[in-house]
Design a binder for this molecule. Structure first.
Ligand code: AP5
Length: 218
């Protein structure tokens, strides 16, 4: 199964991608996670992208495309993948098609998660992320067992720089400016499916699994 997850910041792409990856045993490829890992490691790439990520700007296409190309070339992506947060521009989408053609593979579905700006802001301002393993929580919707501590590894939780309200608003504006072209591009393929990201995470997941049954995906 090869999926692309699109949607505004906070729509729940990462949450659903993790659940789908576990259920279907395919890698969850999140460009945001890869870039943040590089920033944590203070690698050359991490240093190059930190300013963009922290301020909510898009990282230049050529950098992100290279990151995805390298990730898709790894052995675990041969049997399927979930792309989360990529592509974000029409140029990225076109480059992705070229890369996939080189690997002789195609995407099964593009899942577009819709949600309102107010829901995005509420979710992201309440999100807390583990400093060590990157697991996401939410102060109200998905709280950790112990306040401020990751359930998985016991490390401290923090508020992402780009989850501060002003930066979330900027991310939403950038997202809106890029979306129409991207959505129209994927609508034309007949593979775009729209999902409301507003329900509880478990309900959204059940809807997705039902949809895959109807689409004969496994
Ligand atoms: P990235 O990490 O991709 O951020 P994003 O797309 O803005 O996505 P988010 O992680 O904010 O939201 P999400 O939809 O995944 O929601 P989540 O499930 O986490 O990108 C960050 C930055 O990296 C970009 O700004 C850019 O700088 C750079 N970048 C990345 N990709 C790039 C690209 N292709 N090109 C250029 N630059 C790129 O959920 C959010 C919160 O809500 C969590 O707390 C969660 O617990 C909670 N939640 C989730 N679902 C539900 C639900 N159904 N009900 C209630 N709460 C929920």
């Amino acid at each position: 199964m090869r999926l692309i997850l699109l949607g505004p910041p906070g729509a729940g792409k990462g949450t659903q991608a993790k659940l789908l990856a576990k259920r279907f045993h395919i890698p969850h490829i999140s460009t945001g996670d890869i870039l943040r890992d590089q920033m944590r490691a203070s690698s050359t790439l991490g240093k190059k992208v930190a300013g963009f990520v922290k301020s909510g700007e898009l990282v230049p296409d050529e950098i992100v495309i290279e990151v995805v190309k390298n990730r898709l070339a790894k052995a675990d992506a041969k049997c399927g993948f979930i792309l989360d947060g990529f592509p974000r521009t029409l140029n990225q989408a076109e480059k992705l098609t070229t890369v996939l053609k080189q690997f002789n593979i195609f995407v099964d579905l593009i899942l577009y998660f819709g949600t309102s700006p107010s829901v995005s802001i509420e979710r992201l301002s309440g999100r807390r992320v583990c400093k060590s393993c990157g697991r996401n929580f939410h102060l109200i919707n998905m709280p950790p067992e112990l306040e401020g501590i990751c359930d998985s590894c016991g490390s401290e939780l923090y508020l992402r720089d780009d989850d501060k309200e002003k930066t979330v608003k900027k991310r939403l504006a950038i997202y809106q400016s890029q979306t129409t072209n991207l959505i129209n591009h994927y609508k034309a393929t007949g593979k775009l499916r729209e999902i409301s990201g507003d329900s509880e995470a478990e309900k959204v997941f059940t809807q997705l699994v039902d949809m895959f049954g109807r689409e004969s995906l496994n």
